[in-house]
Structure formats: C-alpha cells, structure tokens
Design a protein around this ligand. Structure first.
Ligand code: SF4
Ligand code: FES
Length: 273
C-alpha cells in the first residue's frame, strides 16, 4: 500500500510546529498505524532525522497510552478502536492521512503527537479511590452486587483514560472520562463511603484543570474506543448535585449557582474532610 502521512511535527511546547509530509510506499495492510510509523521512524533515524514522537505501550487497546487524530477523528475512522488496533487495510491505497495530537488546553503538547495527560491523573488522585479493604477474591464474592449494577460498573470501568473524548469535544470537556471514573466506583457498595466527596472533589479537579463544560454534544461517546455511554455524565451530574446539597455545610467556596454548575463549578470541599 502507498500512503501519504501528513504529520504534525513540533519539537516542544514553546517551539513552533508544522505539518511535514512523508511518503510510505510499502505499507503492509496488516500493519497497525503505529507499526507504519515505526517503519517510517526507522527510515528517518537511518537518514539522521528526528523520529516522530508518539505514545504507546500495550498496543492492544488496553492501556490508553496511544491516541492522536487521524483526518480529524480521534483514534481514526473505525468505531470502538484505538489507533494501536487500527490496521492499514482500513484505508485506501494512495490515501493521505493527516495525523495530529490531541488539542486541548488541559493536554499541553510535549512533542509531535505526544501530549501531557497528567491532568487525568490528578482528577483520579482527587477522589478515584476507595478506602475500605476489599480483601481477597472470596471476600469480594461475599458482597452481593446486583447484576445490573455490576454490569454498569464494569461498562464504566472500561475507560482506558486515553483522552479521545476530550480531543473530540468542541469544549474540550473531560465529562465522559470523569463521569466514567466516578460512576464505576459509586455504583458498587465498596465505593459508597466516599461517594459524595468523590463526586465533589473529582468534578472540582476537572474544572481546576481547565477542561471545558459539557453541553451534551456527544462527540465524546462517538469516538470513545471503549464505547463509554453518555449516561455516565448524567450519573456524575446526579451524584454531584446530591453531594453538593448533602455536604453544603462543608463546602468552603460556593461561587457558581446550581443553574450554571455544568459550565464550571467552583465548589470546593473542605480539605480537612
Ligand atoms: S471515556 Fe472513552 S475516550 Fe474518554 S478517556 Fe475514557 S476510554 Fe478514552
Ligand atoms: S498502546 Fe495501549 S491502548 Fe493503544
């Protein structure tokens, strides 16, 4: 297969970037797009040029490391597929592919196709944990969970934190990611003790990081490789509003009224809680 790769090259955040066009004349249709870039990088290295920087780890759709825009679509044209799983046979011989990094204020560029997604880590650290001891497998099995709840929790837990939802959203909102992380813990009995604090802290951290508000456009779920549903955003909103009311005496800053909360609440939980 012959392909033209038009790749965003930018040596660092504070340096100018530009598209550079590369020709790959012998791409194997069974290669993933990452393997195609590997081959291109080998040739660039042999010529003494800087290889294209991109992130990857598992290369089987599990870790969430990989991800960039292909012809304007996060993770490319195939639904429920990460770029590491996307093989060249899904493109036409002679096609031009435009590869760009995720573009969002909260994901500052590191190099070429690599962005800094530590804002996601900070959202998780703010409340994405449980404090109860879950014990070993037999202990876990002793806590009965309704099938419907465990299914919903598992669906939400499928989020691999790739960031495609943010990149696809015109508001650069992280509501699908944060909703998935809040929901998968909040549904299960082991996640109940911190349910309110978790929703308050994670939503506050999401807003603190500079992600935009959710306006229910739905681009996030359309590109999500794990098909996380918009329902997790509704669940997050429910948890957040309920927790705001229950914890109202412990909230140290209340700037944004409920009517505007989805556009960026400034609610903060008393850090001593
Ligand atoms: S919700 Fe989907 S698109 Fe967003 S980070 Fe999780 S897996 Fe990626
Ligand atoms: S490299 Fe792990 S999901 Fe793509």
């Amino acid at each position: 297969m012959r392909l033209t790769l038009k790749v965003w090259r930018q040596p660092a955040r504070n340096k100018p970037g530009k598209f550079v066009t590369y020709q790959v004349d012998d791409a194997n249709p069974d290669m993933s797009i990452l393997e195609c870039i590997d081959v291109l990088n080998e040739r660039l290295t042999e010529k003494g040029e800087d290889p294209i920087a991109f992130e990857h780890d598992c290369r089987e759709g599990i870790c969430g490391s990989c991800g960039f825009m292909i012809n304007g679509v996060a993770h490319g044209p195939l639904p429920a597929t990460t770029v590491c799983q996307l093989t060249m046979r899904h493109f036409k011989d002679g096609q031009e592919l435009v590869l760009e990094p995720w573009r969002a204020k909260a994901f500052p560029l590191i190099k070429d196709l690599v962005v800094d997604r530590r804002s996601f880590d900070r959202i998780i650290a703010s409340g994405g944990y449980i404090s109860v001891s879950t014990g070993s497998a037999p202990d876990g099995n002793a806590i009965l969970v309704a099938k419907e709840d465990s299914d919903h929790a598992m669906d939400a837990a499928a989020c691999i934190a790739c960031g495609a939802c943010v990149a696809a959203c015109p508001n650069a909102s992280a509501a699908l990611f944060t909703g998935a992380k809040i929901t998968h813990l909040g549904i299960l009995p082991q996640g109940h003790p911190e349910k309110d604090i978790r929703a308050l802290r994670m939503v506050a951290q999401m807003n603190e990081e500079g992600f935009g508000g959710c306006t229910n456009i739905g681009e996030c779920t359309a590109v999500c490789p794990k098909e996380i549903k918009l329902e997790v955003i509704a669940a997050m909103n429910r948890d957040y509003i309920r927790a705001s009311w229950k914890e109202r005496d412990n909230l140290v800053t209340t700037i944004t009224p409920f009517t505007e909360w989805s556009y960026g609440s400034k609610l903060k939980v008393d850090p001593t809680r």
